[in-house]
Design a protein. Structure first.
Length: 281
């Protein structure tokens, strides 16, 4: 049975998580790189922004008052509040045969997530099509419908984003354990309180936490289902391994960049390496 690497590092701040995602993606250009899965806990809680999301959409003072860090992801999409959520990250090497299209690659990787959610008692399906108008107007990532979504009934339960470096792929995404949307929307700027309330109502109609779907699992239980789901759907064995020395060095060198106020304010001025091509919903 083929083995994939499982990196057990779990709790870290947002900049460290995003730096590690990039370091692993860069490392995945090596032929010997094993498919690598890891799960994330965000300590302290963080609001992660999509690569090109406008910082003006975020109330930085409200975030500071709530003890919520603000970090920018290397992937696209909109803001996600990482508080009582479960985040996965999967990096697949350039040596692995993958579909050429972004949506097809999402569908492949989502097999593991579908299997995990079924182990939790849900029956998710992959979103077909998207509401591009709403996706452009939504400041919160879960509010935007994309072809990378998994839905239970008419509500989104898992959203993901993808980044490619040559033939290697990073995909990470989040499942909400409990509804923290009121806090999330209080951290965003809106033209008026009426607009904030209307956006929050639309979000709640479109999205669901596991708790709202009747799943009372905690983070550890969800992690175990994700581990089993990926093993069973891909026919692999996840073996716990740490980072290689070069990955560790590169990861630590990238953390200051993801903590940089300049990266948060203007990511276009701190470009990813030219070999990194963004693919996001």
């Amino acid at each position: 049975m083929e083995s994939w690497r499982f990196v057990a590092r779990r709790s870290d701040d947002g900049a460290s998580h995003m730096a590690l995602d990039q370091a692993l993606l860069e490392s995945a250009a090596r032929h010997s790189f094993p498919p690598t899965l890891r799960f994330q806990r965000w300590v302290p809680p963080a609001l992660s922004l999509g690569r090109f999301q406008k910082l003006e959409e975020v109330d930085l003072e409200a975030c500071a008052a709530a003890g919520v860090e603000v970090v920018r992801r290397p992937t696209g999409g909109r803001s996600i509040l990482h508080l009582e959520d479960f985040t996965y990250s999967l990096v697949l090497p350039s040596s692995m045969p993958l579909p050429p299209g972004v949506v097809e690659t999402y569908a492949l990787i989502c097999r593991g997530i579908v299997a995990a959610l079924r182990l939790l008692g849900l029956q998710p399906v992959i979103q077909v099509g998207s509401d591009a108008r709403y996706a452009r107007s939504a400041a919160a990532c879960f509010a935007a419908s994309t072809q990378a979504d998994l839905r239970c009934g008419d509500r989104k339960v898992c959203g993901s984003a993808q980044l490619r470096r040559g033939g290697a792929v990073l995909q990470h995404g989040s499942v909400l354990l409990r509804d923290r949307s009121e806090l999330h929307f209080s951290l965003l700027r809106f033209p008026s309180e009426e607009k904030r309330s209307a956006s929050l109502r639309a979000y709640r109609r479109n999205c669901a936490s596991l708790e709202e779907l009747g799943v009372g699992a905690d983070w550890e239980e969800v992690a175990e289902c994700f581990r089993r789901g990926f093993e069973e759907s891909f026919g692999v064995r996840l073996r716990e391994r740490g980072l290689e020395e070069g990955e560790e060095v590169r990861w630590r060198s990238l953390i200051p960049r993801y903590r940089s106020p300049e990266w948060l304010r203007n990511p276009r001025r701190l470009e990813l390496p030219s070999s990194l091509d963004q693919s996001a919903p």
